[in-house]
Ligand binder design. Sequence first.
Ligand code: S3P
Length: 431
Amino acid sequence: MKTLTRRTGLKGTLTVPGDKSISHRAVMFGALAEGTTTIHGFLKGADCLSTIGCFQAMGIDIEEKEDTIYVHGKGLRGLQAPDGVLDVGNSGTTTRLISGILAGQNFTSELSGDASLNTRPMKRIIAPLSMMGADITSKNKDGCAPLLIHGRPLSAIHYDSPVASAQVKSCVLLAGLYADGETSVTEPALSRDHTERMLRSFGADIRTEGRTCTITPPKTLHGQHIEVPGDISSAAFFIAAACITPDSDVLIQNVGINPTRAGILEVCRSMDADVSLENVREAGGEPVADIRARTSRLKGTVIEGDIIPTLIDELPVIALMACFAEGQTIIRDAHELRVKESDRIAIVSDNLHAMGADVIPTDDGFLINSQQGTLTLHGASINCAMDHRIAMTFAVAGLNADGETVITDSDCVDVSYPDFFRQLERLYAQK
Ligand code: S3P
């Protein structure tokens, strides 16, 4: 449990943990490659540890030495049948990406996770994998995990995905590693492209044209060194905290700013936030920068359309920022928020209401009305539904509210950011 009270003057420099999406993929592709993949900056959050656990259970030797993860790959055909059920924990990325890989193996496997994971929609991957000839079923016939996968030879397809989801796209592309020809995916809007970038660096022939990505099954993948940049989805909490907390100036070093992930920076610009990029560079095939955020006079904005997949995980904390902006903020086309680790439209709205904000949940987003300077949030007991991003969003809210904000199941931040509260406290203790 954590209790937060009003603070001013968040000051200092910090480094956020490694990108979650990139960390998952580095382990997965490393396991399927020939030779050793070394990963520097790997996120040791519970989700990525679930990915490691699954591959260890399939005979992959993974070790840690001096802050580097070594994945001793066994090639595309080197995985072994696991002894028991593969435990995917809370991780949707592990479940959906690994399903694509498992569909093409010559063994049977079962995937299951925690109570939240086992309610998340899996028909979105069962459908395209079945089109490829995969034998994948929802054990309880509810379209969710546990998933039973009888690996078998796969046929190449073109898949028109109804949803802009990197997890769906990556699942199909990974199954495409085992298909009998070129597999392609077209998505309605561009989702994060870490799979494409990283598979290419491992030697796969993977091409992107507009919203369509095509993979030719490779003979082999080759182990790589991966530098994982800081996760912009984790940095988002500090960007928001600095913008809304009076007298703040925070520098977040070494953050990935891949354009398919960096929608929050564009939103900051449209809200007139005092957020700037310093030291922009390229590291390990991904653009990286230091992000400086300072107290800002925010204004309301409209967030909709193709930008949504590029900031989907940041919307809870962006909704909080909107409570401190002058005027109305409209967030729409974000129906996907309803099927994340929690129903984030409902949970964010409920908790913001409990703190006194003027927020109307809609089918696919929020309407947030505010007038900077006149709205005062008050502390509340927060229900985070065991969702890490909700806990962190409302920790930031608690620093800007009267009275006490209590986050009961605060340990859920371990999923993506075990050190979150310590780093946040350091920013206001530094005076
Ligand atoms: C992820 C993709 C996104 C994101 C999730 C990580 C990934 O999910 O919300 O946290 O690593 O591919 P969707 O692909 O379902 O939108």
